[in-house]
Structure formats: C-alpha cells, structure tokens
Design a protein around this ligand. Structure first.
Ligand code: AHR
Length: 534
C-alpha cells in the first residue's frame, strides 16, 4: 500500500512530465511541417524555374582515351531472314536491288555508317564451307543449314559479302569454320580474299571477276567453340592449341591479318578457365579476345533489368580486362583487346528465325552499351550488334518491300551522327544520379563536345546541372533526342515512326561554367556544343 502523500507527489511529477512530453511532440510536429513545406518549395522550384536541379554532372577536361569507331559494328548471319530477304534478294528480285543487295536495307545500313560487319555467323560459321559460296551463282550447291535448319542456297557468299561491305563503307570481319572446317580451308579463304593473282586462290578470285585483293584484315577463329550447341565444340585446351594451328596456317598466307580468338563471357568457373587457357596458351598468336553477351530472356515488362543491363556487362568486362592484363603482364609489347563480337537483347518469345519486337527500352539499353564501350575505350575496340536485319533485329523487312527500323537502330543512328573520338571523364552526384547514364566525347580538334545523357526514369523529367571544365560553348547548340510515348513503345510496318529521333537547335543559358537542362523521361539525348572561339 502506497503512502497517499507520496501518491500526490507522484501525480504532480507525472503531470509535469506529460506537459513536457506534449511540448516536445508539438516541436517535432512543427519541425516536420516546416521541413515538408521547404521540401515542397524546393521540389517545385526545381520543376519550374530551371535554376535548381536533380543531378549535377561534371564534364572534366581530363580524357579517358580514344574511341575506336569499330565499336559501332554489326553482324549478319545465315539465319532466318537476315541474309535472304534482309541483306540479299538477288538480281532477279522484283524488289529494288543493287547487284542483288536489297536497296532499302543497303540505304538504311549506309545511314548508320557501320565501321565493321561480321559474317557468316554465329553458329552458322561452324558448318560453313566457303567454297560453296563462290563462282557462278547458278552453279553453287544448295546445302542444309546445319546450325539453324532449312536450306542454304549459297547465293550470298564471300564476293557478295565484300560487295555489301564496300557499298556501306564497312570493314569486313570473317569468321572461319573451326567446327567442321580445317586450318587449310581457313588459310585458303585468306588467300582467296587477300592473295595476289599469282596465288591459286587469288587467281580464282580474279577469275570470279574481282581483280583487286579484298585485303580482309579481321578474321575470327571459330564461334563460341565452348558451347555444346556449337558444331564441333571442344574443350579449352583443345581450342587453345587449334588457335595456334589456324593462326600459323592463316598468317603464312597473309602475316598482316588480325586474329580474334573465342573467349567466353563470364568471370568465374568454366568461362574463367576457358579465357585463361586461351590467353596463356595462344595469347602470343591473337590480337583480340572475342566475347558474346545478350540480355538473355529478361521478363518482357522488367524495364529496369533491361535498361540497367549494360552496367552489369561493364562490371564483368572490367574483370576480363584485368584477367587479360594479368596474363600478358610480362610482355609490354603485347596487346590483346576485347572484341564484343555479339551483343544484344534476346527475348523469350523470339521466333525460330529470331524475329522479335524491339521496344524503346531496348534502344536505351543500346545507348547504355555505347556508354560502356566509351568508358572502356582503351580495351574494347570492336563490337558487333547481333543482328543487323530481321534476326533480333535493328532493321525489319518483309517480302513485299516493307521496311522499318527499331529503337536499337535509332540508337546507332543517334550515336553515329553525334559522337566525338575523345572520351572525357565525367562524374555525377545526387540521389537521382543512378537514373542517368552520361557520356561526354569531344572531336579530335577539341572544338565540339557531345554530351550524351540517358534518362532511365520512366516518369520524370530530370533537371541536370551540367558543369563544363575548360570548355566555353556557344549558346546555340544542337539537341537530338531518341524517345517515344512510353518505355515499351515500338515501331512496326503500319506505324514506323512511333519511336524516333527529333532534332532541334536551341539556345542554352550559360551561367559561369554551367547550364541546366531538363531531360525527358525514358529518353536518350545528345547535346552538341561548339566551343566559343576567342
Ligand atoms: O546471334 C544468334 C546466335 O547467338 C549466334 O549464331 C550465336 O553465335 C549466338 O549464340
């Protein structure tokens, strides 16, 4: 039993504590109200005035390195309607063509200035015998396409491929058959392409109507030879030894060729073992390690997995670069670069001929891959998108003369028109920074700065303060933007322009060394700034 006097004291004490508690609560509530009002004011001022911003980007005058234009390369394979119906229709086709090459595809390809094109596969290369594809077309054998099924009419062969490359201004990259082919067959292919008329196969090329050597510089030694889906696949030790055999035979014919060995995209387990073995055993014989990476069957509506895919690729590529450097560490004169000879997006619902719908988010993914290639420009010097026409496609055609281009094609167009050779260092900060992917490049004469920004935010415009170090631009600039109504918008034959590039010339308001620009949701924007001289 408590003493009542004590009870009274206790009540007074409680009442006092309660009052103190209420006072503190009022202060907390007041604090919350004031901060949320302030936050709202700041947020709306960022939306409205253009003076505040979500992200600050610093474009440094320090350089990362120089871009090799071959990172914007393509790939065509005897698969589905990529070659037949895509690149090639034949001279007798009712569709407009140039020496059998489909004209609308030729023009669309020219417009993205492909620096290098890889052929004939892919998996197809491991069953292809090049001699089937030369000489008079009506005498060429029809074979089974042992990689993809169906028949291979051999109407498009080495001479047609070189013609296509010449017409679009691309360097050819040929994949030799290491699945069912021999080193002798590969060496004879080099001779057919590069030999002078005094050689047996050089003469054959002349007889086929091509007096000048083709001087094909880039040759790849097989395709994905580690994979059980590959005709003649083999283990790492066997492949590494075969690389030496093929390299010696092919270089005997033309010592100036550049050789690309098959690597395996991955950083642990079997891919790591494979890459290390190839580099250790055959490193002295090769100029490039090839890698293939696809955003492999992502959920169709998983926007962030798709648009962030390039960032995971970047992490793996850095580790593979480290592996290459560790193996060639003691050979200062040796350099082995990475050739990403296949990259792209491959959806679950792709058909047997690898047709699929490509959406704006895939265009954002492509732009993200370009930014990775820019950041790693000292190590990645060749890349080939898989594939140019009709298979996982950049360009889509039908058999009655219809054609349209996908958002991935448009990303190629945007960057091939608006990228400098020199990569500048950039940094970004704020909580919103991960929604932006930024790449800044400069022309070789230092007079043009290309600022490429991907805004991955699916809903919000992001206001960005862009600080330019040692670059005072003219006020007037060109702004090109790839965008569409939503992240999953796409083009098709009926509506070929839903996703598109818009171009505008506008004035920026430069304040000291910075300006502010609002980037639209789900867009890729390149701002081209010219240096103010004087
Ligand atoms: O690009 C389609 C296929 O994907 C290629 O033939 C093969 O190399 C890869 O697995």
């Amino acid at each position: 039993m408590l003493n009542p006097a004590f009870e009274g004291v206790k009540n007074i004490k409680y009442r006092g504590m309660l009052a103190e508690h209420k006072r503190k609560m009022r202060l907390v509530i007041l604090f919350l109200i004031v901060t949320s009002i302030l936050f709202t004011i700041i947020y709306w001022s960022m939306q409205g005035s253009g003076q505040s911003f979500h992200v600050e980007v610093l474009v440094s005058s320090d350089t990362v390195g120089e871009i090799d234009p071959k990172i914007y390369g393509h790939f065509i394979e005897h698969l589905g309607r990529c070659i037949y119906g895509g690149v090639w229709v034949g001279e007798n086709s009712p569709l407009p063509n140039l020496k059998g090459l489909r004209l609308d595809v030729l023009e669309a390809t020219r417009a993205i200035k492909p620096p290098i094109i890889r052929w004939p596969g892919g998996n197809f290369a491991s069953g292809y015998h090049w001699k089937d594809g030369i000489g008079p077309r009506d005498k060429r054998p029809v074979r089974v396409n042992s990689a993809w099924g169906g028949l291979e009419p051999n109407q498009f062969g080495t001479d047609e491929f070189i013609e296509f490359c010449r017409e679009v201004g691309a360097e050819p990259l040929i994949v030799v058959n290491m699945g069912s082919g021999t080193s002798q067959e590969a060496a004879e292919w080099v001779e057919y392409c590069n030999g002078d008329p005094s050689t047996a196969y050089g003469r054959l090329r002349v007889e086929n109507g091509h007096p000048e050597p083709y001087n094909v510089k880039y040759w790849m030694l097989g395709n994905e030879m580690y994979g059980e889906w590959q005709i003649g696949h083999m283990d790492a030790d066997t492949y590494a030894k075969k690389v030496i055999e093929f390299a010696e035979a092919m270089r005997k014919v033309d010592p100036s060729i550049k050789l690309i060995a098959v690597g395996w995209f991955g950083t642990s387990g079997e891919p790591l073992y494979w890459n290390r073995k190839v580099l250790e055993v055959a490193g002295d014989y090769i100029d490039y390690l090839s890698l293939h990476t696809y955003c492999w069957k992502p959920r169709y509506d998983d926007y962030y997995t798709i648009v962030n895919y390039p960032l995971s690729v970047e992490e793996d590529l850095k580790k593979i670069v480290d592996l290459i450097n560790s193996v060639i560490r003691n050979k200062p004169e040796k350099s082995i670069k990475i050739a990403l000879t296949e990259w792209g997006v491959w959806y679950e619902n792709a058909t047997a001929g690898l047709t699929q719908s490509v959406r704006l988010c895939d265009g954002l993914l492509a732009a993200g891959m370009f930014h990775v290639f820019h950041r790693l420009c000292n190590n990645i010097t060749i890349a080939n998108f898989a594939q140019l026409v009709n298979a996982l496609p950049a360009i889509v055609t039908d058999d009655t003369g219809g054609i349209y281009v996908n958002p991935i094609y448009l990303a190629f167009k945007l960057y091939s028109d608006n990228t400098g050779r020199i990569v500048l260092k950039t940094s970004k900060r704020s909580a919103f920074a991960s929604l932006l992917d930024v790449s800044a490049t400069m022309s070789e004469d230092g007079n043009c700065l290309y600022l490429a920004v991907i805004n991955k935010d699916p809903n919000r415009k992001l206001s960005v303060k862009i600080v330019l170090e040692d670059f005072k631009p003219k006020n007037k600039c060109k702004i090109s933007q790839l965008n569409g109504p939503s992240v999953f918008s796409k083009n098709d034959f009926k509506s070929p322009d839903v996703v598109r590039i818009t171009e505008a010339f506008t004035n920026i308001t430069l304040m000291d060394d910075y300006f502010i620009y609002d980037f639209d949701p789900h867009s890729v924007t390149i701002i081209v700034l010219e240096r103010e001289i004087g």
